[in-house]
Design a protein around this ligand. Structure first.
Ligand SMILES: [Zn+2]
Length: 415
């Protein structure tokens, strides 16, 4: 018998179902969703007893889905797909509803980078690219790194739980695609405007190639606009070309080309993602590209944001954080990596441990003797005093601190 409570189980109009099953059968379950919405007004998440409310949404295409109830994310079980960090633990808090709007029919995102360039006014392009760097407007629109972090957080790819097993690109792809189906970006359906590189298998090669061709066909000139779109994938190699670089992505043969100046700026802006030490720790680089189609049909990256992750796709702000995330996983700890989105100076914990109550925090101190860094460290300590959670600190010049829960065995040689 399947348990009647536990993560991933939902009650809809009196019927208990698995969330995964609901997502796979969204068409045939539409009447059940409609009844729950009319008769109860919401669904129940059964990860806790009593259950927690879930919002029922219906896209304009008539596709139903459930979402976490605003402000209740922290109450869900650490393993529950609706678990969220408390307010103040995510860069998501810094956006206005103009940038990210959650409505009954899905989430609407306003990306700072234009995805359609009018061809009538040649000046528009420059004005638009300057706009993305404007600090004040960034809160009313989402930058590329903000969008990448939003997707990762929505898909819960910043959550690690010992019972869930390690994340693979196949799992990342499936969860990201689920989020894309429920969102709109700059007025376009997000699953049409953003292509997540699908996992490669010899059997899927032809279907993947056809999907990329269909995506490429949507780019370029349509009437009086030049259409751009987004590609999300894992950078495998950056190879020099006569004009700049070619980004070779994992699971995809077709490279993305970029000018040398863009790559130079990207390595400065995302220095940890492009840093050499990360690769030594088995880290990966995830990137979100804005692409155009060249006259010859090549995919040209015109902008990008990059993010460092562990080998199992948990984001990390430095190679030391990669080491910490892997050590927490080895100690079978449940944790969440808070994401800063476009707000570089947000004071956020490096990691939040969710298998203890209240949640505990992990801080990684990597740099010494910089005034701004010491001030930040003091700010962070103040933050933890307010949160009243346990704080585990690691000064990277010292060995790793004890990370196992009290009474829990460490990652012995047999683990
Ligand atoms: Zn739940």
């Amino acid at each position: 018998m399947a348990p009647t409570t536990g993560p991933g189980r939902i009650q809809l109009a009196g019927r208990t179902v698995q969330l995964a099953w609901l997502r796979e059968h969204s068409t045939q379950t539409a009447p059940l969703f409609a009844r729950a919405r009319a008769e109860v007004g919401h669904a129940w998440c059964l990860c806790r007893r009593p259950g927690l409310r879930l919002v029922i949404r219906c896209t304009r295409a008539g596709r139903y889905h459930v979402a976490g109830w605003p402000g209740e994310g922290e109450q869900h079980d650490p393993q529950c797909p609706f678990r969220k960090l408390a307010p103040g633990h995510s860069g998501r808090d810094h956006y206005s509803t103009q940038a990210i709007r959650e409505a009954d029919d899905g989430v609407y995102i306003r990306l700072a980078t234009p995805l359609a360039i009018p061809l009538t006014h040649p000046d528009t392009r420059d004005a638009a690219s300057e706009d993305t760097r404007d600090e004040t407007s960034s809160r009313r629109s989402v930058g590329l790194l903000g969008l990448l972090h939003w997707l990762w957080e929505q898909a819960q790819l910043n959550v690690s739980h010992p019972q869930a097993g390690p994340l693979t690109w196949r799992k990342c792809h499936a969860r990201l695609r689920q989020q894309l189906r429920e969102a709109t970006i700059n007025g376009r359906a997000m699953d049409e405007a953003l292509y997540v590189v699908p996992p490669f298998t010899p059997a899927a090669a032809d279907a993947n190639a056809a999907a990329l061709d269909a995506f490429r066909a949507r780019l370029g000139r349509h009437g009086m606009t030049e259409r751009r779109a987004l590609i999300l994938g894992q950078i495998k190699e950056v190879a020099p070309t006569p004009y700049g670089v070619a980004y070779r992505l994992a699971h995809q043969r077709t490279p993305l080309y970029a000018r040398a100046a863009l790559h130079a700026r990207a390595t400065r802006s995302y220095r940890h993602a492009f840093g050499k030490t990360a690769a030594e720790h088995g880290a990966t680089q995830i990137a979100l590209f804005v692409v155009e189609r060249s006259p010859k049909g090549h995919l040209i990256a015109v902008d990008l944001a990059a993010m460092l992750t562990t080998g199992t796709y948990i984001p990390a702000d430095s190679s030391y954080e990669v080491v910490m995330a892997d050590a927490l996983t080895a100690c079978r700890r449940a944790f969440i990596k808070p994401l800063r989105y476009d707000t570089a100076d947000a004071v956020l914990p490096d990691f939040v441990l969710t298998d203890v109550a209240p949640a505990a925090y992990v801080e990684v101190y990597g740099i010494h003797g910089r005034e701004s860094y010491d001030r930040r460290k003091a700010e962070k300590r103040e933050f933890y005093q307010r949160q009243r959670g346990q704080l585990i600190e690691w000064d990277v010049t010292q060995p790793l601190p004890l990370l196992a829960r009290s009474g829990q065995r460490g990652p012995g040689p047999s683990a």
